[in-house]
Structure formats: C-alpha cells, structure tokens
Design a protein around this ligand. Sequence first.
Ligand SMILES: [Zn+2]
Length: 338
Amino acid sequence: MEEFILGGLSVAPGTIAKGTLGNVRLAAGTKVGSPVVVAHGTEPGPVLLATGAVHGNEVVGTAALLATLKHIDVTRLRGTLIAITVANPLAFENATYASPYDQLHMAMPLLWPSMPDGMITQRLAASHKVAFDQATHYLDLHGNADPSFPIVMLYPDQAADDTIRAEQRRMADATGLTQVIMREPPDSSGSLVGSIAGQPAATASAHNVAGLMLELVSRQSTSAAELGRVAVMNVMRVLGMLDTEAEAQPTPKLDGEFEYRGGVVNNNAGLFWPKHSPGTLVEAGTVIGEITDVWGERVEQVTIPATGFVWGYLGTLYGDVTMALPEGSLIGFSAAAM
Ligand SMILES: [Zn+2]
C-alpha cells in the first residue's frame, strides 16, 4: 500500500490525516478552507468521498461524518475514506443554506467544469475537485429541518452507465433508509433548490463516481448524527471497506419505490397544522395538514398530489423555520409511489 495524496496531505497506510482544502481570503485577510479528514486503510479498496454541510445550515452531515470517523479502526480499513466535513465553511459560519457573499449554494453544479477563478463559492468548490478526481464512490450528507423523515436519494438517470446505476442501488440498500429516485417533477418545483441533474451526487454519478444524497433530519443540530453514521458505515461495509457487521437504522423505512414528486405549496396564508407526520404513507388527495388564519378560521386543507409521503414540513426554507406561512410557501417535498 502506498501513501494517499490529497492536495497538500500525504497519508500513510493505516493512518488518519487532517487538513483543509482550498484557501480563499476574506476582506479582512482571514483565510478560509474546507476541513478534510482522510482515513487511509492498510489494504487496497474503494475511495469513498463524503461531504457534510454542502448547505451551511445542515450541520447534521458534519456531525455524522465526525461520528463515523470516531468509529473507524483505520488499521483494519480497506481503501480510503475522504471526509470533507464542512464543504461550505462560508455558509456554515453564517448558519445559512448558501454562501453569504455570492448567494451560491454548493449543491449547484460547481465541479464539472470547476471554476477556480470564479465566484468565491465556486473557488472553494473547485478546491474539492482533487477529492472527486480520486473517488470511486460518493455520499453527500444533507438534512431537513424538523419535523422531517430521513431518505436516501438516487440518480439513475444521470448515472454514466449500468455499473454506476447498480452501485447507487447497492449503496442505497445498505443505508437502510427509504429510497427516493430523483427526477424533475411534473411542475417546476424541483428548480426551487436547483436542477436535480446538477446536484453533486448526480454530477458525480455522470462522471463515473457512484453518488447518493442522504437527506437526514434535525439539520441544525447533532441529534441525528447516528442516523448518518449508520448509513455511511453500512455503505462502507457493502463496499468491502469495513469487515464489521451491518447495523440496523434507528429509524423506520418505507419499502418500495418512490420518485420525487415536487413541492407542496399552500394557497392561503396562516399557521400550518400537520395531520400526518413526515414519512407517513398516504393515498393521493389525502389531507396532510390544515392552514388556519390568525383569527382561528380554517382557510385551507393541504393535500398530497400522489400516493406517497411528504419527507419534511419545511416552513421557510432559507430563513428561520416556522410554520407561520405566507401564501405560496414550500410546505414540504413529496415523493410518489412508483
Ligand atoms: Zn441540503
């Protein structure tokens, strides 16, 4: 086994190295990079890249990666784990989804091609390219605000070929989470968070790095770190990187095939009262919640467009999440049974 080289890091077999990728400079001279931890095993194997806090306020992904690293015995690891624990430190520091300086978020297509001389977020993203160039597999760890239900997102339409498609499925099965195939929904609501084909796990898959996005819960805290850790380690097990036993997820899973169906939007302003928890399988047209105005009158019954489930009640996506909603709010994302 040879040393693993990543940017300025050189990692001996059976060791863990810590450093940063990227070096952008803020107005006051502060240098900012993305923290990275490389666990390099003692035998050859896959190179799994995992990213946390691609969206800066989804710190649960960072927590899950730190928990994973704590559990790994690197002297028994096959292959290499590259954990970019805070992909977007600019947004992470600001507790925002996107970077405060250019309003770009890192689940946009910033890597193929990468732009080291672009906007500040593009420059940071470009510094991650060395990791993607060496990766064989990729997990992008995100999280929704509560209340929400954890899922794993697959991108079969973007996969470079059947091998990558099969790898996505094998990894998704290992996570133990409910699977949602990501396709552009019939309306334009998919574009609210950027094109699906442009999401990092999709673009990686198009470039022969089998990728998935994990959409965890409790995005703002460390409380759901264990969900993510179990998913990441189970993927490492199925890839042959770890020889420990697969672990059961501490969360229920909906069996069957689901497809992204888009956002659920309200027509009337007021307070949203969910009737079904996220992750409850319901028939098309079921009332998933009600809106009352602030004088106490029920003004709307919100229904699910297709048989399936809603994986999170989002409130206001970019601000502080509350269930006090103006009309035309993105109440939740829905998945339809296939
Ligand atoms: Zn996210």
